[in-house]
Design a protein around this ligand. Structure first.
Ligand SMILES: C[S@@+](CC[C@H](N)C(=O)[O-])C[C@H]1O[C@@H](n2cnc3c(N)ncnc32)[C@H](O)[C@@H]1O
Length: 885
């Protein structure tokens, strides 16, 4: 019993609405379902007559009287008695009976109802499927009553279970009401299959086809019924009880079939499951009866199939198989099937050759395809390596040449022909010879084959096209499926929703955010100086014409770059021509060369990033002009600029010029000075630093790095160098969302951490854990304060006693001792009184009448549970005591 109760509670029976119902004096938590339904559809306020079918204990009736106009007619009926509710007529009846209908008619007299409610649930703990079906029946019964008592335009509210009958019921509602909406109010538990359907604007047809209110016609599912009635021969011990009576038009319960039919049938399982007996009345089957194969066991089994076990069914199936083999039934069928196949015409030799050729062509095509794929993969690898700056384009050229044009650099051949000497001597005719060689080779190829190869190429191209299309389709499908998955997951998983929201908040959008900020700032500056905006628009249009890049991102960057009025022409050309990745990288490689004298490769790669490009180039160009490439000067210049803009933001005309210059503004933001970073500007780094300054370092990685820096084991440059991992250059453009999400989850950089750092963080967390929470600290402080107050009071009293001349010294000492001991002792806690929320205490808010001291409001169930728990504890103690004895 106790366990059952626990189970119910753990499911959330005593949830928020349960307590709310207790608090507000509703008899059932279901009251909130009607409140919420009414909030959505507003049908109670404008109703004068209401019938509640299945109304006990009366929660909905209470809500109805509260929300409907005063002196409305409210009638409630249920199988169980409903405790009286002021202004409500109730009676006890089964809504499926004629008597209930008569009683309702009597109460309603000539009135028509504005609302009929139905919250019936035959919840007697049967199987869910059974419950659902009976519920649906109950719904139809209540709908029938509603059609009789509802006024035109009236509302019918009913509970439906999401079962196979749900759609059928909806269809029926739609035949009778103009508006039908299914909804699940928040107070309805998610675990419950119930759903509420609000049917408004009753059509009130003059004649209703009785079939749409007849459960048999509405829920008829002949196939399923038949299937239900079949014995499951794989689990014959699980007997279905069929209380539905006879099937339509078939009034025999005992079904027989001739044994020979069983042997002949293609579906022996259904036959075994559907019949009661195999008979041997026909001539063929009589013969069968006499055969050796038909053993006594088989004969007995055939007599009553409904009592057979799994083994018996097996025997019958084996018997059938043996007979079929003897009669060669399977072979006959096989032959039939074979004959049904299309006759193959003999293939002549020409065709054979043709086929062979086609096969060869196909093979060749797939080989080429494989090769092409390999070459592509190789190319991709090279590009990746280039992106990681593992190689430079000149290396690639060599590499590529080496791979693709092996023949050109075929040293063996050269040495054999003594061509090397010729080459040394500057005789380039040899190269032409090689080229001619290639042509000759080509000529050697059979003309026919060349034709075929051409065809193959075309085919391949087509294949590739369709492959690409297929891949694109697949990708879109996967993207769609993923967004569907994300949506459904966010609907049912609150944690996931929270994570998504967090991700959105945390997501660092690279420099796009900054771009927005800059744009905003730009706008501000635009309004400050209109004349400048004019010149800017000019440069804008210029840039537009220049930016023909395919790549959106490249385009954006370019637009900004060209906007810079001070941009040197050289740079303009460089940026406008940097359309492809190759060009971009080539440019970078060139830059690397330029800076190679002063910076490490990693550092030059760092300053190669787009955001530094202009500044670096700017400075470099300047420096080039001045014939001085001193890095310190560059840095000094940058910090000088920053300091100046710090001093008077926008006021200074030169600074204003810079501000109007999108590029320079951005560069300054991207590379703030050290002080700016630690002062906590608006960018991500400074935000992180601000947090670190406020809360200290909170990750082991950060502590490790900080320690290494402090101990001079590593320098800032080392860390910057370390940042140039494959992670830093991973190009995420065009990758599907599901892939990126998965990567985010699994592909986390593995930064080195030390044991020391780990211990340090642990200690820090321990200290944090040890700190009392605010509430506890406050309570402790209060306690201390009260104790001090008590002692001061006692001290005061003690001085009075000491000064009392009427007391002897002994009396004084005794009284002071008592006083002090009382003051230092804390008061014993008074017991918590348990008050049951029933009778006058029902629905009371705050302290109940006549209750002093500490108390706790409980409902009857809770009190009973507590008692049961105590009983169990007592029992357990007793039994353990007995055990010991
Ligand atoms: C969930 S309760 C209704 C709660 C009610 N709406 C309230 O707020 O208090 C379902 C009720 O349906 C009643 N019921 C089930 N079958 C019934 C029938 N055939 N006739 C009348 N009442 C029935 C049950 O007795 C039960 O009290």
């Amino acid at each position: 019993m106790g366990k059952a109760r626990e189970k119910k509670n753990s499911k959330g029976r005593l949830d928020k609405y349960y307590h709310l119902a207790k608090e507000q004096g509703y008899r059932a938590r279901s009251a909130f379902k009607l409140i919420q339904l009414n909030k959505k559809f507003n049908f109670l306020e404008k109703s004068r007559v209401l019938i509640d079918l299945c109304a006990a204990p009366g929660g909905w009736l209470q809500v109805a009287t509260k929300y409907m106009p005063q002196s409305s007619l409210v009638i409630g009926v249920d199988l169980v008695a409903i405790k009286p509710i002021p202004g409500v007529i109730t009676f006890q009846d089964d809504i499926t009976t004629e008597r209930c209908r008569q009683n309702l008619r009597q109460e309603m007299k000539t009135w028509k109802a504005d609302v009929v409610l139905h919250d019936g649930a035959p919840n007697v703990g049967r199987a869910w499927v059974q419950d659902a079906f009976t519920q649906s029946e109950l719904v139809l019964v209540s709908l029938k009553l509603a059609t009789e008592f509802l006024a035109k335009g009236g509302t019918f509210v009913t509970k439906v279970f999401r079962s196979k009958d749900y759609n059928k019921l909806l269809w029926v509602f739609q035949q009778l009401f103009r508006k039908v909406e299914a909804t699940k109010p928040p107070s309805s538990r998610n675990v419950s299959a119930e759903i509420f359907v609000v049917c408004r604007d009753f059509i009130a047809p003059k004649k209703i086809d009785p079939r749409i209110l007849d459960p048999k016609s509405v829920f008829d599912d002949v196939g399923a019924e038949e299937h239900k009635k079949m014995t499951d021969i794989f689990k014959p011990e699980k007997k279905n009880r069929h209380r539905d009576g006879y099937e339509d038009g078939d009034y025999t319960m005992h079904k027989t079939i001739d044994a020979m039919e069983f042997v002949r049938t293609q579906d022996p399982i259904t036959v075994l499951g559907s019949y009661n007996e195999f008979t041997f009345n026909e001539e063929e089957s009589r013969e069968l009866y006499k055969r050796e194969l038909t053993t006594e066991d088989v004969k007995i089994n055939c007599k009553d199939l409904k009592v057979l076990g799994k083994g018996d069914f097996k025997t019958l199936l084996k018997w059938r198989a043996a007979l079929r083999e003897e009669y060669k039934m399977d072979k006959k069928e096989e032959d039939k099937a074979k004959n049904a196949l299309i006759e193959e015409t003999p293939i002549d030799e020409d065709e054979l050759l043709e086929n062979e050729l086609i096969n060869l062509t196909k093979e060749e095509a797939s080989k080429k395809k494989r090769e092409r794929r390999k070459a592509n993969e190789k190319k991709m690898k090279l590009i990746q390596r280039m992106q990681l700056n593992m190689i430079i384009p000149t290396d690639i050229a060599l590499d590529d040449g080496g791979a693709a044009d092996e023949e050109i650099f075929n040293i063996k051949k050269i040495s054999k022909d003594d061509s090397l000497d010729k080459l040394h001597a500057g005789d380039m005719s040899m190269a032409d010879e090689f080229a001619d060689d290639d042509d000759l080779n080509d000529v050697k190829v059979d003309k026919n084959l060349r034709g075929r190869i051409k065809e193959m190429d075309m085919e391949m191209e087509e294949n590739l096209d369709s492959d690409e299309e297929y891949e694109r389709d697949l990708e879109t499908q996967m993207d769609e499926a993923y967004s569907r998955y994300k949506q459904s997951r966010s609907e049912r998983d609150a944690k996931f929703r929270a994570k998504q929201a967090r991700d959105e908040d945390d997501e660092w959008n690279g420099f796009d955010d900054k771009k927005k900020d800059d744009e905003n700032r730009d706008k501000k500056f635009d309004s400050d100086s209109e004349s400048e905006s004019e010149s800017e628009s000019e440069s804008d249009s210029e840039s537009d014409s220049d930016s023909d890049s395919d790549d959106e991102t490249v385009k954006k960057v370019k637009v900004k770059k060209v906007k810079a009025p001070k941009q040197p022409k050289k740079l303009e050309i460089a940026t406008t021509t940097s359309n492809s990745l190759m060009n971009d990288l080539g440019e970078k490689a060139a830059l690397t060369k330029k800076t190679a004298s002063g910076l490490t490769t990693a550092a030059s790669m760092f300053f190669d990033q787009d955001i530094f490009q202009d500044v670096a180039l700017d400075e470099l160009v300047d420096n080039e002009d001045n014939e001085s490439s001193d890095d310190e000067k560059v840095i000094h210049e940058q910090s000088r600029k920053r300091k100046r803009s710090d001093k008077d933001q926008g006021a200074d005309t030169e600074a204003a010029e810079d501000d109007s210059d999108f590029e320079i503004q951005q560069t300054e933001d991207v590379a703030p000075s050290d002080e700016e970073m630690w002062d906590g500007g608006e960018d991500e780094n400074s935000k992180a630093m601000k947090l670190a300054l406020e809360n200290g370092l909170t990750t082991v990685e950060a502590i490790t790095m900080a320690k290494q820096l402090a101990n001079k084991e590593k320098t800032v440059e080392d860390f910057i160098d370390l940042g140039f991992s494959k992670e830093a250059f991973r190009d995420k453009d065009g990758l599907p969302e599901w892939f990126l999400d998965d990567e985010k989850h699994h592909n986390k950089p593995n930064l080195p951490v030390t044991k020391e750092a780990m211990n340090l963080l642990r200690e820090k967390l321990k200290a944090l854990d040890a700190r009392p929470i605010k509430k506890v600290a406050e309570a402790k402080a209060r306690k201390k304060f009260k104790a001090v107050q008590r002692i001061t009071k006692a001290q005061k009293k003690a001085t009075d006693i000491a000064d009392n001349p009427d007391m002897t010294e002994k009396e004084k000492a005794k009284n002071i001792g008592k006083l002090l001991s009382r003051a230092t002792k804390s008061k014993p806690k008074s017991d918590v009184r348990v008050v049951v929320a029933k009778g006058s205490n029902r629905g009371v808010k705050g302290r109940p009448n006549g209750v002093k001291g500490r108390y706790k409001m409980v409902d009857g169930v809770m009190k009973k549970e507590r008692r049961a728990e105590k009983r169990r504890e007592k029992k357990a103690k007793k039994s353990s005591g007995n055990g010991r004895r």
